[in-house]
Design a protein around this ligand. Structure first.
Ligand code: NAD
Ligand code: ZN
Ligand code: ZN
Length: 355
């Protein structure tokens, strides 16, 4: 064997969902299977989750995102290592892994502090499906084993969403500097991220969790996952939170939508010293001023994805049975219909493509 060590003979061509033009639907193309160069590893994709961010990426106007077209979409991947570019990574061949999609440098001050999701070197493309080729394909090339977390070989496709939906939701909750025991929490948007956030929250023993989603099936899911109440809009939760908190409001508002109505209504939900965590990116905005609509002692955060060590935590929780994504499986040749279902709110939990 030369520079590349392979587990078995690989095919020459593969299917990949590629974005060619901003604002135009991606297409399922046939492209060559990439070959791992020095330090790189090739994974056979076993499952890839569909995130609402993929829709924001596809819909973006030219010039908004610092990514060069075309690239393969998606960013929630698990798979098995089938080839490595370096002999020293040989022992990785055959391992089942989750891919940490923030392809950080590993050396800057943010990486050194365990804040690799804010790596100072990532100014353009971020990782797989966010400017680099991702796992809505038969194979994915990952720049280094540093971005892999080993999984139990028996892990099923429901583990793929842990790499983004699970990680982002976990990071948003556990980065809170206050103890959430006894807290009143509002979770807005019970989709891929929100339904996992509810499970992470429940482990931290808040006294009251109020879920918001216009879809009835999402509200039912929220109640099954530990929410005490589930309502259809921020306006409704406003009245309910005021009533149940004796007028004070919620201590934490997690917004997994980030739309004008959700961000606009959030300040009215918050108690003094409360935090608004905006994770969703649906075009909302908020004016942040002292003495404005936000309560005394407000905090506003917009966390991005999560660091590598939190991915390990999330996968440990999944193995322990404390965190489980509700998933619906689709085939790769059904991926465009699956995205349409996600866009139109026809899926609960996470849609996962199994190539
Ligand atoms: P999703 O489509 O699976 O879930 C969104 C949910 O919000 C759906 O259940 C939908 O019915 C509900 N919803 C829509 N409008 C609503 C409203 N006005 N009020 C209440 N609920 C509403 O999406 P997802 O994959 O969970 O992603 C959620 C958001 O988070 C997206 O904007 C996505 O881009 C963003 N995201 C951010 C990060 C990050 O690192 N910050 C990571 C992943 C996803
Ligand atoms: Zn995502
Ligand atoms: Zn870095």
């Amino acid at each position: 064997m030369t520079a590349t060590e392979t587990a078995a003979e690989l095919p020459h061509g593969m299917r990949a969902l590629r974005l060619h033009e901003w604002g135009v639907a991606p297409s399922l193309d046939r492209i060559p299977v990439p070959q791992p160069g020095p330090g790189q590893v090739l994974l056979r994709v076993d499952a890839a989750g569909l995130c609402h961010s993929d829709l924001h990426i596809m819909d973006a106007d030219a010039g908004v995102l610092p990514y060069t077209l075309p690239f393969n979409l998606g960013h929630e991947v698990m798979g098995a290592v089938v080839a490595v570019g370096d002999d020293r990574d040989r022992e990785w061949i055959g391992r089942s892994c989750g891919v940490h999609g923030v392809w950080s440098c590993g050396e800057c001050r943010a990486c050194a502090a365990g804040r690799d999701n804010y790596c100072v070197e990532l100014n353009g493309p971020i990782g797989c499906g966010t400017g680099y080729d991702d796992g809505l394909a038969d194979f994915i090339l990952v720049p280094s084993t540093r971005h892999l977390v080993e999984l139990d070989p028996a892990a099923g496709p429901e583990v793929a969403p842990m790499t983004d939906a699970g990680l982002t939701a976990y990071h948003a909750v556990v980065s809170q500097p206050v103890d959430l025991r006894g807290a009143i929490v509002v979770v807005v948007g019970i989709g891929g991220l929100g339904h996992l956030a509810l499970q992470v929250l429940t482990l931290r023993l808040p006294s009251l969790v109020l879920a918001v989603d216009p879809r009835e099936s999402a509200r039912e899911l929220a109640l099954r996952l530990g929410a005490h109440h589930a309502v259809a809009s921020v306006a409704e939760v406003d009245a309910l939170a005021a009533e149940l908190s004796g007028g004070s409001g919620a201590d934490l508002v997690l917004d997994f939508v980030g739309a004008p109505d959700t961000m606009g209504g959030a300040p009215g939900l918050m108690a003094g010293g409360a935090c608004l965590v905006v994770v969703g990116s649906a075009g909302g905005s908020l004016t942040v001023t002292k003495g404005g609509a936000l309560p005394r002692g407000w905090r506003v955060e917009a966390p991005f994805w999560g660091p590598h060590h939190h991915l390990q935590d999330v996968l440990d929780l999944a193995v322990a049975g404390d965190l489980a994504a509700v998933v619906e499986q689709r085939r790769l040749d059904e991926v465009l219909e699956a995205y349409q279902d996600l866009r139109e709110g026809r899926a609960d939990g996470r849609l996962v493509v199994v190539p």
